[in-house]
Design a protein around this ligand. Sequence first.
Ligand code: SAM
Length: 234
Amino acid sequence: MEEMVPILRRGLADLGLPDTGAKALARYGALLAEKNQVMNLTAITDPADMAALHFLDSAALLTLADLRNKSVADVGTGAGFPGLPLRIVEPSIQLTLLDAQNKRVDFLREVCAALDLPDVVCVHARAEEFAAEHRESFDIVTSRAVANLRMLSELCLPLVKPGGYFLAMKSVESDAETAEAAQALRLLGGRLERVEDYAIPGTEVRHRLLFIKKTAPTPKKYPRPFAKIKKNPL
Ligand code: SAM
């Protein structure tokens, strides 16, 4: 994974970000590749692709949103994306990584130990259950590749403080999905404020970040149990 270091350095520089985290990201990549041999963490195994499609894609958020000194929860983080690269590149983030699969959370704890990131909180929980104790307690909630926006909003928006943001990473072809989520956002106290498409350095790939502002507290009846969210999305 040493070969990832120059790719990451160049990519971070292209994004206008400090490249001081490049070595830590490459170490994370090595741990991910190693663990991926024994459990399913990612379909992306080529080091250059991993650098671009996981690490730089995640880090690109820092060029669009000011996450400095913010409490950030990454919902359905899986192998740590986008949350952990954000924290590695921007150390002032107070990060909570949340996933429903315990083995993935165990992997994240191993990575945080190896990279000496003792302040990163790794939680094994379903987002809709975590909200019972941690309602409206994060400045920012991020999420990538977890569910369609109607369902995802019910998982994420209850966790966001009023005035904060739910940052949803989506494809550039998410117009219809976004339009279908309009009612869900309204019911949950959110409003789509901004849509930013961005390019992943060194690739032709473009992705999208939706800025959903929490404009009002989420009514207490949300989030519902997952079976209801799935059966009857808002
Ligand atoms: N965000 C990562 C990424 O972009 O590589 C992982 C995406 S993976 C396809 C989806 C992850 O969401 C899985 O690890 C799954 O366990 C988690 N997940 C799905 N529903 C969830 C929920 N309700 N609460 C917490 N995690 C959830």
